[in-house]
Design a protein around this ligand. Structure first.
Ligand code: COS
Length: 382
């Protein structure tokens, strides 16, 4: 077991850290307030290889592996969780097309994602009536000549109004999960309508919309993977995605811890900096310990994925632990700030709002526990 980063991992982390501090952090508060989508930042990120950390260099990525990806996500999330979620989804879409696409699909769509030409990628699985029960989706795709014709509505689509490449799941046969297939749809396609922009509690600079497909035609060649394999592709993508959200949660929690330490050193009460009081020191020590545990869990899942061994359970464990941890840590950071934690002059209220969705999206905490428990009942090492 090696706890040292290799040269590539260090390089990616340092690149992401510098970019996050210099380019992403300065506007984070204003973007959150104004709900301003960071399209320009994604273009800059693309130039640094951060929109395709795990896809090969020939396709415009960094070919640096999942641990590097996790490190990069942590750095960006630490300064702006909103920016990091679009980064996560774009990486996830690029990797999915790289892994399961035909040569033509790889050559056409992956470079669009990694170069920033597509602005961002979008992952369209959930629908208004189904999120956790992904196999219940109702969007249909019918083959007509050399086209697939899509009809239906997708919900909670990150970067949906901006994404140039959208991976869409649709029903091609009645059978629950075996009747689902996966398609690559270009943003702006005829028959693709962008719905209401959601006014969210957190991640306010991230764009979240519904997408409606009305006789939206895509070439037959845009079927990703085999017909009927879509559900498995979604599960595989989400396993990796959960490492991304675990990383995001760690990044946000670290930001909250650092803000809390700074405030505890500066604020005085009863003639002392409040950081002198043991109650607060214990809060901070617990926060730091939990973050450290969460990071290790995330990197373990990432290392397993990179090694090509099963990692679903580890990804779900990391996701549930990190997301719940980040909510506890951000909540404590607000508590340490007292009244100042509740106003937008200090960043901890944003961190808490941003953390809240982490136990919900890319599979709720309850879904993660379903995945973990199933593995236990299959006889996996507890
Ligand atoms: N990797 C590869 N294949 C997988 C898989 C994984 N991680 N998980 C499931 N599968 C396969 C199964 O092996 C099964 O294949 P067979 O039918 O050939 O045996 C098939 O997919 C169906 O699996 P399962 O029966 O477990 O499906 P369920 O409908 O019971 O779904 C959960 C299980 C709840 C775990 C799944 O629907 C899920 O993860 N839901 C959450 C979706 C989500 O995260 N939504 C958020 C969207 S993004 S914001």
């Amino acid at each position: 077991m090696d706890f040292e980063l290799d040269e590539t991992q260090r390089l990616i982390r340092d690149t992401a850290r510098k970019f996050a501090r210099e380019r992403v952090a300065p506007g984070a508060r204003a973007r959150d307030r104004d709900e301003k989508f960071p399209a320009d930042l994604y273009r800059e990120m693309a130039a640094l290889g951060l929109l395709g950390v795990t896809v090969p260099v020939e396709l415009g990525g960094s070919g640096a592996g999942t641990v590097s990806y996790s490190l990069a996500m942590m750095e960006v999330a630490k300064v702006c969780a909103s920016t990091s979620v679009g980064m996560a989804v774009t990486n996830m879409c690029g990797e999915l097309i790289y892994r399961f696409g035909t040569d033509a699909q790889r050559q056409t769509f992956v470079p669009r994602l990694t170069s920033g030409q597509a602005v961002a990628g979008a992952f369209a699985l959930s629908e208004p009536h189904c999120g956790s029960d992904a196999a219940a989706l109702r969007t249909t795709a019918v083959e007509r000549g050399d086209r697939w014709v899509l009809n239906g509505t997708k919900q909670w689509i990150t970067s949906g109004a901006y994404a140039g490449v959208i991976v869409v799941w649709a029903r091609t046969a009645p059978a629950a999960n075996k009747g689902i297939s996966c398609f690559i749809v270009e943003g702006g396609s005829k028959g693709l309508h962008v719905g209401r922009h959601e006014d969210k509690m957190g991640l306010r600079a991230s764009n979240t919309v519904a997408l409606t497909f009305e006789d939206c035609e895509v070439p037959v060649d845009n079927l990703l993977g085999k017909e009927g394999d879509g559900f498995k592709l979604a599960m595989i993508a989400l396993d990796g995605g959960r490492i991304g959200i675990g990383s995001q949660a760690c990044g946000v929690a670290r930001a909250a811890l650092e803000a809390a330490i700074a405030y505890a050193k500066e604020r005085t009460a009863f003639g002392h900096p409040i950081g002198d009081f043991q109650a607060l020191r214990f809060f901070l020590a617990n926060m730091a310990t939990e973050i450290s545990a969460a990071e290790l869990m995330t990197w373990r899942a990432a290392a397993k994925k990179e090694a090509g061994v099963p990692f679903s359970r580890e990804a779900s464990m990391a996701k549930v632990f990190c997301s719940e941890m980040s909510n506890r840590v951000c909540d404590k950071a607000v508590q340490i700030h007292g009244g100042y934690g509740y106003i937008d002059e200090f960043p901890v209220e944003r961190y808490l709002r941003d953390a809240r969705v982490q136990t919900i999206y890319e599979g709720t905490s309850e879904v993660q526990r379903v995945v973990i428990a199933r593995e236990l009942f299959k006889g996996a090492r507890p």
